[in-house]
Design a protein around this ligand. Structure first.
Ligand SMILES: [Zn+2]
Length: 565
């Protein structure tokens, strides 16, 4: 995301909704605890596929204005999700957490702990709602082991409570509740928020593009760690970040450097003050260091180029040049763990703006493809929570659809940019016109370069389409949309010579279908093929298309039909 352009008011943080979570314990034979965790549905909006305590948002039945509402909420949620009837007075208060501001949905959650009388239920409970795919009692130490090994996902607030449960060993319920309260209080003061082992996160309040309100500072590493994108110099914000850094230092890890993904103000504004306070160098792409020049006195700066690696004692970080959103943009790959600090390649809360004044849609799409090819498990964006690696592929598809919508709006007569943007972004009612127009312009400039669009005036306020393509070939692959394939085909055939059908559904599971799901059926209708056998016709079509659709022609189902048929 860029810094805030003029005329756009900053977003306000989402107001946390009151909720309660129940920590349901069961004593083990050796005096320890097992704890009930639900595997959240993969279709869930919040934390899909994560292991979490049962719980949810307070509602009218909990009588929110009367005392005891939080505990009533915990009992009701537990009953709804698991079928377990926990009397309200069986709960012990275990502290409160507020979802950090990097999440688009936030909760003020009170935790309650209780212990099931033995003999308790079996290891498994039948989920009573589709909120959970499984409900199981787990040994906290084993869950933490699985998390360290990347086998399970845990929401950041669950992690410190599991660590605290391991630390208690056993003990009376009152003591356990006190230890959980303590753990929650420490997190509220200075959170050790880990989306993956060794990757700490801290959101800083910055002047950024709505709906984001914060920029994430990612701190990946082993015995040494880096501080990526401290995005504000505000004294209290810097103080909060440094408290988290200190908490990690207290565990014995050392700060190696401040790293920057790109030069936008909401990513670099705190770089100098933080580097100075930590006594460490700033590492960034030469184009980013240029922007900082003049404010880095007494700070060592070092250029980072594509492929450069940093040894963080247990973790190797590799710089990946990913320009497009901004020149000199770097993403940072964690080589051993298939993780990627993605900067503004993508966002967990909205779309990334490619501003044509300094961004480049062609470069951006190439960067997305490049990052996607790294096959990372988790992505850590500049704004919003961590995202699954497959999000990059989805984003590439989303961009292709958007570009197809823009191209579809192009006619032989010039059309105003504003009108093209309105049509292409019709469903994005919350995006200001200044942003949708900038984004549309970035796509049109790319289409112009590829010989598909032409500007009708010097300022690019009017655009028309070109029926014949220019010299540069588009590239297609199995993820290409029918619109993209069609644009390529139009360079070789006239619209009356072919029909293109999306056969993805029909070919689902078929050996010939591509993993991306895109399976199209091309029917060529041309007199050119009369008098040839069907095999010859196919050969001719393949030959004609091979240079247009390099090595991906198998993604197309092909038949030919002569006009006489
Ligand atoms: Zn940015």
């Amino acid at each position: 995301m860029s810094e805030l352009p003029g005329g756009i008011p900053p977003a306000t943080e989402p107001v946390p909704r009151n909720s309660a979570s129940g920590v349901e314990l069961q004593a083990t034979d050796d005096g320890g605890w097992r704890v009930l965790l639900g595997l959240r549905s993969r279709k869930s909006r919040f934390m899909p596929g994560h292991l979490a305590f049962p719980g949810g948002v307070m509602d009218a039945q909990d009588r929110p204005d009367e005392s005891g509402a939080w505990a009533r909420c915990a009992s009701r949620e537990m009953q709804e999700e698991t079928g377990l009837e926990i009397p309200v007075d069986a709960w012990h208060e275990a502290g409160e957490r507020v979802t950090p501001a990097l999440f688009p949905i936030r909760f003020r959650t009170r935790f309650f702990v209780t212990v099931l009388e033995r003999p308790g239920p079996a290891d498994h409970l039948e989920p009573a709602t589709d909120e959970n795919e499984r409900l199981e009692f787990h040994l906290p130490a084993l869950v933490l082991e699985d998390w360290t090994g990347g086998r399970v996902k845990l929401p950041p607030p669950v992690l410190p409570l599991l660590r605290a449960l391991v630390a208690t060993g056993g003990g009376a319920l009152e003591e356990v509740a006190a230890i959980l309260r303590e753990a929650n209080a420490l997190e509220e003061r200075s959170a050790r928020m880990e989306f993956a082992p060794g990757v700490w996160a801290h959101p800083m309040k910055t002047a950024t593009l709505p709906p984001a309100t914060h920029t994430n500072v990612w701190m990946p590493g082993g015995r040494r760690f880096v501080v990526i994108d401290p995005g504000t110099a505000d004294e209290s914000e810097v103080g909060r970040l440094l408290a988290v850094v200190q908490r990690r230092r207290d565990l014995g890890d050392a700060v190696a450097a401040v790293l920057l993904t790109h030069h936008h103000r909401d990513h670099i504004s705190g770089a100098c003050v933080v580097a100075r306070r930590l006594g460490c160098p700033i590492l960034a792409h030469p184009q980013v260091l240029e922007v900082l020049a003049g404010s880095t006195s007494e700070i060592e700066t070092r250029p980072l180029n594509d492929g450069d690696e940093i040894d963080l004692e247990g973790v190797t970080l590799r710089a990946i040049h990913t320009p497009g959103h901004a020149p000199g943009h770097l993403a940072f790959q964690l080589l051993e763990s298939r993780l990627l600090v993605a900067g503004d390649l993508l966002s967990g809360v909205s779309t990334i703006l490619i501003d044509p004044r300094q961004g480049d849609m062609d470069a951006y799409l190439a960067s997305l493809e490049r990052a996607n090819a790294l096959d990372c498990r988790l992505l850590f964006p500049g704004h919003g929570p961590a995202l699954p690696g497959r999000q990059l592929g989805r984003l590439i598809e989303h961009r292709a659809r958007r570009e197809a919508a823009i191209r579809d709006r192009l006619e032989s007569n010039p059309t105003p940019l504003a009108e093209i943007a309105r049509a292409a972004y019709a469903e994005e009612t919350r995006m200001p016109a200044v942003l949708t127009e900038a984004q549309t312009l970035a796509h049109l400039i790319r289409l112009e370069r590829h010989g598909v669009a032409r500007r009708a005036d010097a300022h690019g306020e009017f655009w028309s389409g070109l029926s014949r393509a220019g010299s540069e070939d588009g590239r297609l692959d199995s993820r290409s949309t029918p619109g993209q394939i069609e644009a390529i085909l139009r360079r070789r055939f006239s619209p009356s010579q072919f029909e293109l059908r999306d056969d993805s559904a029909k070919h689902a599971g078929h050996a010939g279908a591509t993993s991306g799901g895109g399976h199209y059926h091309l029917v060529l209708v041309s007199a050119e093929f009369e008098g040839h056998t069907r095999v010859e016709q196919h050969r001719m079509v393949y030959d004609a298309l091979a240079d247009l659709i390099p090595d991906k022609i198998h993604a197309l189902g092909l038949t030919t039909r002569t006009l006489s048929e």
